[in-house]
Ligand binder design. Structure first.
Ligand code: CP
Length: 313
């Protein structure tokens, strides 16, 4: 099904059928993940390297756990303690990892397009674990698995994605995925954090979040990316959370059974209040669990491609 793709660089390049194929495999992996004994031989003899130039808790750990649960050999290259510090280029680092017989390289980098660049220079499959402000495909896939488990499908759902749209790679991957699967996406945030032309991706855009959230089936908060902010885009965090943070009152504008989601890490009290993060409609912890299942499926599909067998369903 994904035979034409050596790499998973973004959701933009995938068809609706390919996305559903990954989600179907992730459902099987979720079943394995829920057992007491999670060990499977799906990745026996395969090597997986995580190469992270930016911080991560969820993505890096879930890829590493996924590889280990499936019997793969997983190791991490940390930019801060590798030869990157001695001036080695990204391509040379990737070629070095490739020359060791690595099957999959998982890259997170602050530069949009970095995974695409190394994918052209290595034999290994490259998985994008977040590139600058471009895409974070496995985050959108785990979000989709969570929505699928609760809502049973995507057609006709209204998904409100609110907050710092400008700096979010999560939002781009989610827009591509949700619109391909027939959901309606409504973006909400301050005008200064809504990129010009984003409506051309087939989404509704509101410069207040109440309109975006009203009657939504899913409300997804985005992290205020303090580390990517240029000064002046928002007045201050207190003002931001007053006008653009989601609290109980704003969440009540959504449908009564609306899911509350967030990719994490959350700035508590800025984009979401603690009462809703820990409230009964929050599925934020389920998103984390589903991150392992989705990454198990992605690793399996992309590691086995060379063996001519990628179907576990
Ligand atoms: N959502 C996400 O990418 O989290 P991490 O930065 O912890 O990997």
């Amino acid at each position: 099904m994904l035979g034409k793709h050596k790499d998973l660089l973004g959701i933009k390049a995938l068809s609706a059928e390919e996305i559903m194929y990954i989600l179907k495999n992730a459902q099987t992996m979720k079943y394995i993940l829920m057992q007491n004994n999670k060990k499977t031989p799906h990745l026996q003899g395969k090597s997986i390297i995580t190469l992270f130039y930016e911080n991560s808790t969820r993505t890096r750990l879930s890829f590493e756990l996924a590889a280990k649960y499936m019997g793969g050999c997983a190791a991490n290259v940390s930019a801060s303690s590798s030869s990157v510090r001695k001036g080695e280029t990204l391509i040379d680092t990737a070629r070095t990892i490739d020359a060791m017989g690595t099957d999959i390289i998982i890259l997170r980098h602050s530069m949009s397009g970095a995974p695409h660049l190394i994918a052209k220079n290595v034999k290994a499959s490259v998985i994008n674990a977040g590139d600058g402000m471009n895409e974070h495909p496995t985050q959108a896939l785990l979000d989709a698995l969570t929505i699928l488990e609760h809502k049973g499908g995507f057609e006709g759902l209204k998904v409100a994605i609110v907050g710092d749209v400008m700096h979010s790679r999560v939002v781009r991957s989610n827009i591509y995925l949700l619109t391909k699967l027939g959901a309606r996406v409504a973006l909400g945030g301050p005008a200064t954090l809504l990129p010009k032309g984003i409506e051309n991706l087939g989404v509704e855009v509101y410069d207040n979040i109440d309109a975006a959230i009203t009657d939504a089936d899913v409300v997804m908060g985005l992290r205020m990316q303090l580390e990517r902010q240029k000064s002046g885009l928002v007045p201050n965090m207190r003002e931001y959370s007053r006008f653009f943070g989601v609290d109980d009152k704003r969440l009540a504008l959504a449908k009564p059974d609306a899911l509350l989601m967030h990719p994490g890490p959350v700035n508590r009290g800025i984009e979401l209040t603690t009462s809703i993060i820990d409230g009964k409609t929050s599925v934020i912890d389920e998103q984390v669990t589903n991150g392992v299942a989705v990454r198990m499926a992605v690793l399996y599909i992309f590691a086995r491609k060379g063996d001519g067998n990628e179907n576990i369903g």
